[in-house]
Design a protein around this ligand. Structure first.
Ligand SMILES: Cc1cc2nc3c(=O)[nH]c(=O)nc-3n(C[C@H](O)[C@H](O)[C@H](O)COP(=O)(O)O)c2cc1C
Length: 188
């Protein structure tokens, strides 16, 4: 962990949409993080589609390398995923794929919390299960719980794009507290 003992979290949302519920949920996590934790958000839309020829010809693109460096520098990650066709969005998988390339892929042993929001009743659970499996495959220390499933997302955020549902706020707060404890436990 950083010298100041502040836990530095890198937070990403798997949606580039201006009205994204998942980006709003990420912003809520920034505000609801416990004392002693900071959450920096990162917009990774400049990462190109993975292409082995591109990698072989010119190496890992700058935007993907920046993402890797931010993961490396963070004590922990928070990934907020939408659900697309019962899985994670392609943009998120693509970013993870680029970041996972050798050498020194930065997910290894990284404490990670996941959550998600969906207008549907299931609140992104199927996407979260896939995301967990992907992250375990790259050696991340994914928290088992608490599971934060913001279902019925259309009713949980205000017109000003804030998470106003109190129960959801509590879940997000609990997740961030658990991430602080998980990170301390893993990193000492
Ligand atoms: C291609 C596509 C597939 C989707 N599949 C699902 C799904 O399987 N389950 C679900 O709950 N919502 C699904 N949705 C709806 C998304 O949850 C919804 O668009 C959500 O608002 C996306 O997240 P965002 O608000 O962060 O952009 C899908 C949306 C798209 C565009």
């Amino acid at each position: 962990m950083s010298e100041s003992d502040t836990i530095k979290v890198l937070g990403i949302a798997g949606s580039f949409r201006s009205g994204s519920f998942n980006a709003m949920a990420l912003n809520a996590a920034v505000e609801l993080a416990p004392e002693g934790m900071t959450v920096e958000t990162h917009d990774f839309r400049d990462i190109p589609f993975y292409d082995g020829d591109l990698e072989a010809g010119s190496g890992i693109p700058a935007a993907a390398e920046l993402f890797r460096e931010k993961i490396r520098a963070a004590d922990a990650l928070l990934i907020v995923t939408p659900e697309y066709n019962a899985s994670i969005p392609g943009i998120l998988k693509n970013a993870i794929d680029w970041a996972s390339r050798p050498p020194h892929q930065p997910f290894d042993n990284k404490p990670i919390a996941i959550m998600g929001a969906s207008p549907g009743a299931l609140g992104s659970i199927r996407a979260q299960l896939h995301l967990r499996q992907i992250l375990l495959n790259v050696g991340a220390q994914v928290m088992v719980g608490p599971q934060v499933l913001i279902g019925g997302a259309g009713q949980r955020f205000s017109a000003e794009r804030r998470l106003t549902d109190e129960a959801s706020q509590q879940f997000v707060r609990g997740l961030m507290q658990a991430l602080a404890a998980w990170t301390k436990r893993l990193k000492g």
